[in-house]
Design a protein around this ligand. Structure first.
Ligand code: CP3
Length: 350
């Protein structure tokens, strides 16, 4: 670590900084007009993700507009099931749809080949890294195995009750599926790190509603296995784990998964964050994405509150979940200016 080390990596190494690094989950795309313009040029969302030139452009758009401390590669958590042989497509305005799940043994046989089918994401990372200023970090990511499994089982985004029922009725099958996803995800993350990702994030977006023993089995155990496999391959990039909705179980997670950073959702208390910091974790979060969209005095007050409650330890400023597509750009700009102390250039295309 030295003065040119990206602020995000300094925070993830456990440093308490005079101001935290800032980036936003789901910053690449959706809320920016220049993204929507670019999006019209791709036949569909999946081909957009697999086009390194376009995906690199979408990754860089938010960091051109705002003085953010990190870029996150433009991709999706559902590229893994697709690389394992399950059909994935996006219905306009509705979200993801998946075809019938292939036999698990069959997908297990595709794990090695799946990483090669995702090589375009590595090309995107390499392109972005060569264009990004050295003081800004590049983040690679994958979905948490349980979250990805919920989409694979249910065939779409939903309330996850069918996936949870599956977890209870077919525990061996679910464990076998999670094992396949752990192996494919670990290889994918190794490839991302070797292609230029300097930090790796695991999005476990649907970690809510799980009993403690189930959470241990289907979230903690697979995450630990991913980190261990990636480390065994010689990759030293820090991890950020995001068990969204885990509530008090986030402390079990922090104790048992060897990630450097833990991303907290909207409900995380000041105390909880400080306990994690005292336990050696860097924390990230937890601004409500709806408050970012709403703006006004309540947003300003919450930003001050977050900075006051967590800046005494290693902290990364972020949301508790992704940016909502119709979030006013002026609200994002205001938060970035406050946290970084840097002005955001006015842009024509609002
Ligand atoms: O952070 C970033 O902006 C980088 C890119 C990124 C995308 N998806 C691009 C995307 C990341 C990190 C993701 C993660 C992801 N994808 C998650 C976990 C994070 C979370 O928000 O919980 C999940 C659950 C998905 C699955 C997914 N992809 C859904 C449910 C949808 C449809 C609804 C939506 O959020 O837009 C997507 C589509 C998607 N992924 C879009 C983008 C930019 C919109 C697609 C479009 O432009 O048509």
């Amino acid at each position: 670590m030295n003065e040119t080390t990206p602020r995000l990596l300094r925070a993830l190494s456990g440093e308490t900084l005079e101001r935290p690094p800032i980036w936003f989950m789901r910053q690449a795309g959706r809320s920016l007009p220049e993204y929507h313009e670019l999006r019209t040029r791709a036949a569909d969302f999946i081909s957009f993700c697999h086009n390194p030139e376009m995906a690199a452009e979408a990754t860089l758009q938010p960091v051109r507009r705002f003085p953010l401390d990190a870029a996150i590669v433009f991709a999706d958590i559902l590229l893994i099931p697709r690389a394992l042989g399950q059909e994935v497509w996006f219905e306009a305005g509705e979200g993801p749809r998946l075809g019938a799940m292939p036999e698990i043994a069959r997908m297990a046989g595709e794990v090695e080949a799946s990483t090669g089918r995702l090589s375009s994401i590595g090309e995107t990372l390499a392109r972005v890294r060569s264009e990004l200023e050295p003081e800004r970090a590049l983040i690679g990511f994958a979905g948490g195995p349980w979250t990805v499994a919920t989409y694979m089982i249910e065939g779409r985004g939903s309330d996850r009750s069918a996936a949870r029922t599956f977890a209870y009725e077919h525990p061996e099958t679910l464990d076998a599926l999670l094992d396949v996803l752990v192996d494919a995800t670990a290889r994918y993350l190794v490839m991302q790190a070797r292609s230029g990702a300097q930090a790796l994030k695991i999005f476990e977006s649907w970690a809510e509603g799980l009993a403690e023993d189930v959470f241990e089995r289907i979230v903690i155990r697979p995450h630990r296995a991913i980190v261990e496999q990636v480390r065994a391959a010689g990759v030293t990039a820090p991890f950020i784990g995001f068990p969204r909705g885990a509530g008090a179980l986030v402390e079990n997670y922090a104790r048992s998964v060897p990630v450097e950073g833990v991303a907290l959702d909207t409900q995380a208390s000041a105390e909880l964050g400080r306990r994690l910091q005292a336990g050696g974790k860097t924390i990230q979060g937890a601004l409500d994405n709806l408050l970012l969209r709403a703006g006004g005095a309540a947003l300003d007050a919450r930003v001050e509150g977050l900075l006051a409650q967590w800046s005494g330890g290693p902290y990364i400023f972020n949301l508790g979940h992704g940016v909502i597509p119709d979030t006013p750009i002026a609200h994002i700009a205001r938060v970035v200016e406050r946290v970084t102390g840097k002005p955001v250039k006015a842009m024509a295309a609002e």
